[in-house]
Ligand binder design. Structure first.
Ligand code: ASP
Ligand code: MG
Length: 444
C-alpha cells in the first residue's frame, strides 16, 4: 500500500487533475490512500469567511461555484452526476453555515475548524471524480480518517482511535484508490478539528504510521526539496536524499514549506517519504537517521529580521532577568526567531521579524529595573543544514567560510544538523551564496 498526498497548490485548473491522474495511475499496482488538501487558496478564503461575517454568504457562494465549475471540467456523464450529488450535500451544509455566520456574526475556534473542514471535504469529491473520469477505481470519502483531541486549530491526533477508524474504513471500501481529506479530523464526539496550517503532509505520514505503510509520496509544485531557493541561488539543485533530522531542519527553515510535524511519525520507523513534483521530474527521498554519506544538504535564508540588543550590567547574575525580557515578547505576541546571551550576561539578543520589532522595543524599554540600553539592527538569518555539521572538521570549515562575513551570532539546530548565522542585512546575501557553493560541492 502507498499513501499519496496531493497538495492544494497543484489543484488549481483542470489540467492539474489530468497530471494528478497520470501520476496516481502509475501506482495502482497496489492499494493507494490519497490524502488531499483543499484546492488552491480555499483554506485562506474560508478563514476570511469566519473573519468577516458580513461577507460570509457572498464569499461562500463564490467558493462553492468554483468547486462546481471545477467538477464540471474534470468529470462528465454519470461520474459528474454522482459527484454533483456528493458535492451538493457538502455545499448545502456550507451555505447554511455561511448564512448562520452572517446572521450571528459568531467566530470561535471550533466554528473556524468546522468552516475550514469544508475545503478538504469538497476537494476529496473533486479529486475522486476526476480520478474516476480517468478510469481509476477510486472512491472519495469526505469524512476525515483522523480522530483528534479538541484542541481546535492545532488538534493532536489520537493514534489508537485513528488506527481503528482507518482499519474500519479499509474493511468497508474495496476500491483500489481511496481519497480522504488531510488537515482535518474529528473529535471522538464527532466535532471537526484541524491539525495546524499546512497539516495535510502530516496527515499523510500519520496515516502511514497508523497503518504501517512504508511509502509516502508528497506531491507538490516543486520537484523535491532543493539546496536553496532557485530564485535566489545559482545552480540550486534537488537534494536526492535527506535524513529525517535534516528534513526537519530544512522544513522548519522554510526551503520548501512543509509542516514541521510532518516527519514526527516517521522517526524510528523505516517509512520512506518522497517529496516530488507534479510538473517536473525529480524528487527527494527522506528516510532514516544521519549516515556517513550525509554531509551538507541545503541553505535557508530568513529575511526581514531585526536583532534587538538589550544591554545592562543589572541583568548580570540575576535570576529572572532573561525571563523578564522573554515575557515581554510573549505579552507583545511576538515570535522570537533566534536568541543569544554571552556568559558575562551583560546583553541579550533577540531576533524577531522586523514588522514586530518596534512594538517589542517599546515594551522592553519599560523594563527599567533590568534594562539600560536597547539597540536594533536589520539582519537576516542564514542557515546551513547537513548531518556533516555534527563532525568537527566539517563544522569548522563552514564556520571559517562564514567568518569572512562577520556574523553576529551562531546557533545550532536539532541534533546539531544545522547552523544558523545571524548577519547584517547587507552581508547575509553574500554569506548565503558562499555557503550554497559549499553545499553544492557535497551534493551529487
Ligand atoms: N489546506 C490546509 C492549509 O492550507 C492544509 C494544507 O494545505 O496542507 O493549511
Ligand atoms: Mg497546502
Amino acid at each position: 500500500m502507498r499513501i499519496i498526498k496531493i497538495g492544494g497548490s497543484i489543484q488549481k485548473d483542470p489540467n492539474d487533475y489530468h497530471l494528478i491522474a497520470e501520476k496516481i495511475k502509475k501506482f495502482t499496482d497496489d492499494k493507494v490512500i490519497v490524502v488531499t488538501s483543499a484546492l488552491k487558496n480555499v483554506t485562506n478564503e474560508l478563514l476570511q469567511v469566519t473573519n468577516e461575517p458580513e461577507k460570509a454568504v457572498s464569499k461562500v457562494s463564490e467558493i462553492i461555484d468554483r468547486h462546481y465549475d471545477m467538477l464540471s471540467k474534470v468529470s462528465n456523464g454519470k461520474v459528474f452526476e454522482e459527484g454533483f450529488q456528493l458535492l451538493s450535500k457538502v455545499t448545502d451544509e456550507l451555505a447554511k453555515v455561511a448564512w448562520a455566520i452572517g446572521t450571528l456574526g459568531e467566530n470561535n475556534p471550533r466554528l473556524r475548524d468546522y468552516v475550514l473542514s469544508f475545503g478538504e471535504r469538497m476537494a476529496v469529491i473533486i479529486l475522486g471524480e476526476a480520478l474516476r473520469s480517468y478510469g481509476i477505481d477510486a472512491r472519495p470519502i469526505t469524512e476525515p480518517p483522523l480522530i483528534t483531541d479538541s484542541n481546535y486549530g492545532e488538534a493532536n491526533v489520537l493514534l489508537p482511535e485513528t488506527k481503528e477508524r482507518l482499519h474500519a474504513l479499509l474493511e468497508s471500501v474495496k476500491s483500489k484508490v481511496v481519497i480522504v481529506p488531510g488537515f482535518i479530523g474529528t473529535t471522538p464526539e464527532g466535532k471537526y478539528t484541524t491539525i495546524g496550517r499546512g497539516g495535510s503532509d502530516y496527515s499523510a505520514t500519520v496515516i502511514a504510521k497508523a497503518l504501517n505503510v512504508k511509502e509516502v509520496r508528497l506531491v507538490t509544485e516543486v520537484p523535491g526539496i532543493m539546496t536553496g531557493d532557485p530564485r535566489k541561488f545559482k545552480g540550486a539543485k534537488t537534494i536526492p536524499r535527506l535524513s529525517l533530522e535534516e528534513a526537519v531542519e530544512l522544513s522548519q527553515l522554510g526551503a520548501k514549506r512543509l509542516h514541521p510535524k510532518t516527519f514526527d511519525p516517521v522517526f524510528d520507523t523505516d517509512i520512506e517519504i518522497y517529496v516530488e513534483g507534479l510538473y517536473d521530474e525529480g524528487f527527494t527521498v527522506v528516510k532514516g537517521s544521519c549516515t556517513p554519506s550525509d554531509v551538507l544538504k541545503g541553505i535557508a535564508v530568513v529575511e526581514g529580521l531585526t536583532l534587538i540588543d538589550v544591554e545592562s550590567t543589572r541583568m548580570v547574575g540575576r535570576i529572572g532577568s532573561a525571563a523578564a525580557v522573554m515575557t515581554e515578547a510573549q505579552k507583545a505576541n511576538v515570535n522570537i526567531i533566534a536568541m543569544s546571551q554571552p556568559a558575562s550576561e551583560t546583553s541579550i539578543q533577540l531576533v524577531v521579524s522586523s514588522s514586530d520589532a518596534k512594538k517589542l522595543q517599546e515594551r522592553l524599554a519599560s523594563l527599567k529595573e533590568f534594562v539600560k540600553d536597547i539597540s536594533a539592527i536589520d539582519v537576516d538569518a542564514v542557515s546551513i543544514v547537513g548531518c556533516g555539521l555534527q563532525r568537527p572538521e566539517i563544522a569548522s570549515k563552514v564556520i571559517s567560510s562564514a567568518a569572512a562575513y562577520n556574523p553576529i551570532s551562531v546557533s545550532r539546530g536539532m541534533r546539531r544538523v544545522s547552523l544558523t548565522f545571524i548577519a547584517e542585512r547587507g552581508q547575509a546575501v553574500e554569506l548565503a551564496e558562499e555557503l550554497h557553493e559549499v553545499v553544492l560541492k557535497w551534493i551529487n
